[in-house]
Design a binder for this molecule. Structure first.
Ligand SMILES: NC(=O)C1=CN([C@@H]2O[C@H](COP(=O)(O)OP(=O)(O)OC[C@H]3O[C@@H](n4cnc5c(N)ncnc54)[C@H](OP(=O)(O)O)[C@@H]3O)[C@@H](O)[C@H]2O)C=CC1
Ligand SMILES: [Cu+2]
Length: 483
């Protein structure tokens, strides 16, 4: 008979795990249920040298799906033999296990179940299981590890296993199992933490929702504005069709505006916090909830801004490749020949473009640096001062460079006679409002700090001694400038 375990659970999965011989002195681990999770768990436990006994409602039907070393038997038999029992059964079927209740008394039950959607209120599946089996010690865990990770082993996925239980002894025995299987147990405390653990795998980028919605809304706003101005307006007023601009030109005009406003949104909450601290005269009071949430979402806002800026760079580089650009170039050359202009070089225009492009390149370079240092592995390798220098000082430089890029772009276009008449007033006000506010706010906050430093230098000179410029404990501005 072909060995069903030779077939991986998922395409590309390991067909066989090297199961070391189960050691009879090792605890017997039971698994109730014979589904995907149970099969992967059985293989991993066998590989760690445990004796495995699987409990099924119909053992004969599923015995062929498990490695030979695992014993597949009835639920009652498995529950009686094992010291620790994994409940790999959907939570709605937990009540059907009451028949094995006496056999599970005094033993450790590991609830691996997940819910269907995140829940804000209990009771959790694990707490309900503990209600069904009051004589057993319930440990919540392994629900954040997929059957796929279990099958491939901890090297191919998240190694952390979050555990919680009201029984320290039961939790310790499951921690030991985790270690032997190559996972890293993370103690989350009492069983009341199980709801949080059950919600973990059900979350869908919760911290990204607001920044993504913000970027999408900003992009949509600027796109519609640019579309109305560059495509619709010439069509309605002059019957000039410019619909070809929709996929690239209009997108490329809207992306930098969205990127700049998103970047300003990274620095504005810090300024709001600083102003609030100055007004309150202390930094030891909590910020309002909206500001707290905004402050914690700065990294996501920054990365969304980086994405828009990087896309803008790619779109810009592709501009000359388009057929429309080639036609325009040939037409311009033809007109130039017709008007007998030999050299159309205009020094001022050349300089404008060189400047605005170099500011854009500088902004993108600095933004890339911010994005790289926001990676946990990089952030962990630098100290707090270095991190705040990159994220705060260089971040403001990136904002200034991006603002300069936008202004210089406007300047380079403003006097271009070939451009459409309505070109200049474009999205400038909405694009530059927040970045200007952030930059001016930063300067306003830095000015008193600089003045205080200068005053200290003067005092030092007057006293005829050298002064070190360490932040003075009574100088609240130093703290504020680092927010
Ligand atoms: N699959 C995964 O990647 C992960 C799964 N989990 C959790 O593990 C548990 C099992 O998941 P999974 O293995 O995928 O599910 P499956 O549907 O593949 O398996 C469920 C098993 O439950 C057993 N069972 C016991 N009583 C009943 C009943 N009354 N009705 C139906 N089935 C019953 C069945 O085994 P039998 O017929 O032999 O009794 C069945 O094989 C779930 O709680 C899930 O949330 C957690 C993390 C990841
Ligand atoms: Cu640009």
């Amino acid at each position: 008979m072909p060995d069903p375990m030779a077939r991986p659970l998922i395409p590309g999965g390991t067909p066989h795990l090297e199961a070391s011989a189960p050691n009879p002195s090792n605890p017997v681990i039971g698994i109730l249920g014979t589904g995907d999770f149970s099969r992967s768990l059985a293989k991993r436990l066998l590989a760690a040298g445990y004796q495995v006994v699987v409990g099924s409602r119909t053992p004969k039907r599923f015995v062929a799906l498990f490695p030979e070393e695992a014993e597949v038997t009835t639920q009652m038999e498995a529950a009686s033999q094992a010291d620790v029992v994994f409940v790999a059964v959907y939570p709605e079927h937990h009540p059907t296990l009451v028949a094995v209740k006496p056999a599970l008394a005094g033993k450790t039950l590991v609830d691996v179940s997940n819910g269907l959607r995140p829940s804000a209120f209990g009771p959790s599946n694990a707490e309900l299981l503990a209600d069904h089996f009051p004589e057993s010690a319930v440990v919540k865990g392994f629900n954040t590890v997929s059957a796929w990770t279990l099958q491939r082993g901890p090297r191919d996925g998240n190694r952390q296993v979050f555990l919680c239980s009201d029984s320290q002894k039961a939790k310790n025995s499951v921690k030991q199992i985790c270690h032997r299987m190559g996972f890293v147990p993370v103690d989350m405390g009492l069983l009341s933490a199980s709801l949080e653990i059950e919600n973990m795998p059900l979350r869908l980028f919760p911290s990204w929702r607001v920044p993504i919605v913000c970027s999408a809304a900003l992009f949509a706003f600027f796109y519609l504005y640019n579309f109305a101005r560059d495509v619709l307006h010439p069509y309605v007023t002059a019957n000039k069709s410019a619909f070809y601009k929709m996929p690239i030109d209009t997108v490329n005009l809207s992306l930098p505006s969205a990127a700049l406003v998103m970047l300003a949104l990274v620095y504005l909450p810090g300024l709001c916090a600083a102003v609030l601290q100055l007004r309150r005269g202390t930094k030891y009071r909590r910020f309002p909830g909206w500001l707290d949430r905004w402050l914690t979402a700065r990294k996501q806002f920054g990365l969304c801004s980086f994405l828009c800026a990087a896309l803008h760079a790619v779109y810009s580089l592709s501009l000359p490749m388009r057929k429309s650009a080639r036609y325009k170039l040939i037409n311009m050359a033809y007109k130039q020949v017709q008007s007998r202009v030999e050299d159309s070089w205009v020094d001022e225009e050349v300089w404008r473009m060189e400047l605005y492009l170099s500011a854009g390149i500088a902004a993108l370079g600095l933004l890339s640096l911010l994005a790289v240092t926001s990676l946990p592995s990089v952030a962990g390798a630098i100290n707090w001062r270095e991190f705040s220098f990159v994220q705060s000082s260089l971040g403001y430089c990136a904002l200034a460079a991006a603002t300069a890029h936008t202004l210089l772009y406007g300047w380079s276009r403003a006097f271009d006679p070939s451009q459409y008449r309505f070109y200049l007033p474009p999205t400038f006000v909405p694009t530059l409002l927040l970045p200007a506010a952030a930059l001016l706010g930063r300067l306003a906050l830095l000015a008193p700090c600089a003045a205080a430093r200068l005053a200290r230098i003067r005092r030092g000179w007057e006293a005829g001694r050298h002064v070190r410029f360490a932040p003075a404990a009574d100088d609240g501005m130093e703290d504020v400038s680092n927010v």
